[in-house]
Design a protein around this ligand. Structure first.
Ligand code: AMP
Ligand code: MN
Ligand code: MN
Length: 324
């Protein structure tokens, strides 16, 4: 492992760790797992996320300590699960921009924006990279760390079902369980649970699903969300569900937000395709098989523009495949 990374951590005393806006299980899990570890090393730690912790991650030990806007001064900032600096949101305040920044991430679209970068696109989750870092530092894993890190792994692999679920992932999960993490509790809290309002929202969004070539897409309007009684912009995994359609190679969900001024776009693909580059070209990022972007504009206009770009990209990928 890069000695610059280890040196930054070893020398730091007051650390600010930040995960991405609109946090998922890997963002919160890697943030808390690292937070517990840094405390065990005797450091002063502040954990931050610009958006609130979603209710179903509130079983995680330490989540109550995560602040939305950090206060005070630090000697190191650590970014977790962010492909670019913008993903840190308002938690990365202006006055922290001059501090050393350690970028820990697994997105293939990562911009290497840190003073030091611990980036592994082969890793299934940022939590997995944090685990390897703690191993390298020789820090024993306690049950709270284990529970947080395994949550990151389980949620980003949707319960070890993604193409990213390698033998290394399972070996690390094994060690985290041996250290006290509960796999059944994590699965039941995260993958097997959603608000009834989310199921009602799916009920509204599913009839509008349309197949365009090999792309299955649907949209969620702000009116649907209000009707279902939801305030967050996530789709509760609807885009993964769409991709289970036999006819689909790629699935997309368009979610209207900010009073119709922006659209959150979520892409998923079956192995063999790449949706990371389209997301990147729209100012977002992600992985080959799961990516996203926030696009300015109205729902219908953004949808047509993005579907056209995506069709073009898939056609180019097909051509490239035929040529090799
Ligand atoms: P999602 O569809 O929100 O579950 O996101 C899928 C993947 O794309 C995750 O790895 C996210 O980190 C990434 N992603 C989603 N939205 C954005 C965005 N606006 N900017 C950069 N990356 C994103
Ligand atoms: Mn994430
Ligand atoms: Mn992740």
């Amino acid at each position: 492992m890069d000695t610059a990374v280890l040196d930054l951590i070893r020398r730091s005393r007051r650390v600010l760790a930040i995960c991405h806006v609109g946090p998922d299980g890997d963002a919160i899990g890697s943030l808390l797992g690292l937070g517990w570890a840094l405390k065990a090393m005797g450091k002063e730690v502040t954990l931050a996320c610009a958006d609130p912790v979603p209710p179903f991650y509130r079983y995680l030990p330490g989540q109550g300590e995560i602040v939305r806007r950090p206060e005070g001064m630090f000697d190191l900032v650590i970014s977790l699960d962010c492909s670019d600096k913008e993903r840190l949101g308002d938690a990365y305040r202006e006055e922290y921009h001059a501090l050393p920044l350690l970028n820990i991430d697994h997105h293939v679209t990562n911009q290497y924006f840190g003073t030091a970068n611990l980036v592994d696109p082969e890793a299934a989750s940022t939590a997995e990279i944090v685990f390897l870092l703690l191993d390298e530092l020789g820090l024993p894993i306690d049950p709270p760390m284990a529970q947080c890190l395994l949550t990151g792994i389980v949620t980003d692999t949707r319960g070890f079902r993604t193409a990213s679920s390698t033998p290394r992932v399972l070996a690390i999960a094994n060690r985290l369980m041996a250290a006290g993490a509960s796999l059944p509790e994590i699965v039941s809290r995260t993958l097997e649970r959603r608000p009834l309002a989310m199921i009602r929202l799916w009920g509204q969004a599913l009839p509008g699903a349309q197949l365009r070539g090999k792309i299955l897409w649907t949209e969620i309007t702000e009116a649907m969300r209000a009707e279902a009684g939801l305030t967050t912009v996530d789709d509760g995994g609807l885009v993964n569900f769409l991709l289970t359609a036999e006819e689909a190679e790629v699935a997309v969900v368009f979610s209207e937000k900010n009073g119709g001024q922006e659209v959150e776009v979520s892409f998923r693909a079956r192995p063999g395709w790449d949706v990371a580059q389209v997301a990147l070209s729209l100012g977002g990022g992600g992985h080959m098989l799961a990516s996203g972007a926030t696009v300015r504009g109205g729902l219908a206009e953004v949808r047509e523009r993005v579907l056209a770009l995506l069709e073009e990209s898939l056609a180019a990928q097909e051509r490239a495949r035929r040529e090799t």
